[in-house]
Design a protein around this ligand. Structure first.
Ligand SMILES: C[S@@+](CC[C@H](N)C(=O)[O-])C[C@H]1O[C@@H](n2cnc3c(N)ncnc32)[C@H](O)[C@@H]1O
Length: 225
């Protein structure tokens, strides 16, 4: 009788482009990927099948959002989960301060641990973790109004826009990493987005140099009202 030994997925090696994206923060990005591939899986935050594609599909795909974020912005990443896109964004862009907003206790605990570990290795404060829902008053009070809100796979665009409104100062930007279907269906939700106070809604291709991590984000601006 043969006994089956469960295979433990190996931590994937960084592709060469990761050094370009993360620069001096590459060792910290590697530490983050190792954490996702081990703790992230055992704690139920990352599916075991995702481990082999953590770099392209998750970490570099998240870092691609940086192209749509202006220099020196105060950023809030809502529904951050295991830190996507907020952690790769902060690793790729030391000029940003990033608040990670997440309602689920288990995920907040993971985020808090990861941020402490990364900040120790980077030497400096780059992220803040806030537990709650984007639309809650307590979250808006804790975070204030920011320049950019990011969100990846959190909710359909009209719901996302309504949730984020309180966090966006007039003129601030929502950058949503959504699937190809949501991008294709953008014309059908434009009226709802405008009703939620959003203007200049447009898809934008990002990460052209990142191979499989290239993606399209939807960018919109909070209008004056
Ligand atoms: C599908 S997961 C995506 C997680 C992460 N952004 C990623 O790309 O891997 C959606 C996340 O949104 C969070 N979430 C759901 N409703 C939310 C809300 N109203 N405000 C903030 N986060 C929310 C969930 O707890 C969950 O962690």
């Amino acid at each position: 009788m043969t006994s089956e030994v469960p295979t433990v997925p190996e931590v994937p090696a960084a592709p060469p482009v990761a050094a370009v994206v993360f620069g001096d923060a590459l060792p910290a990005a590697e530490r983050y990927v190792a954490r996702l591939a081990t703790d992230g899986v055992t704690r139920g935050l990352i599916g075991p099948r995702e481990v082999g594609r953590l770099w392209e599909r998750h970490v570099l795909n998240s870092a691609a959002v940086a192209e749509a974020v202006p220099e020196g912005s105060r950023v809030v990443d809502i529904g951050s989960g295991a830190g996507l896109p907020g952690i790769p964004l902060g690793l790729a862009r030391p000029d940003l301060s990033v608040t990670l907003v997440e309602p689920m206790a288990r995920r907040v605990e993971f985020l808090t641990e990861v941020v402490a570990e990364l900040e120790e290795s980077l030497g400096g404060s780059r992220w803040t973790v806030v537990r709650g829902r984007a639309e809650e008053r307590s979250v808006v009070a804790a975070v204030g109004r920011v320049d950019v809100v990011t969100a990846r796979a959190v909710a359909p665009l009209p719901r996302l826009a309504a949730w984020c409104r309180g966090l966006l100062r007039p003129g601030a930007r929502l950058v949503a990493l959504v699937g190809a279907t949501a991008v294709a269906e953008l014309p059908s939700v434009l009226a709802e987005l405008r009703a939620a106070g959003m203007t200049d809604v447009e898809p934008r291709a990002v990460g052209a140099g990142l191979g499989d991590a290239a993606t399209t984000v939807v960018v919109m601006t909070r209008g004056p009202r």
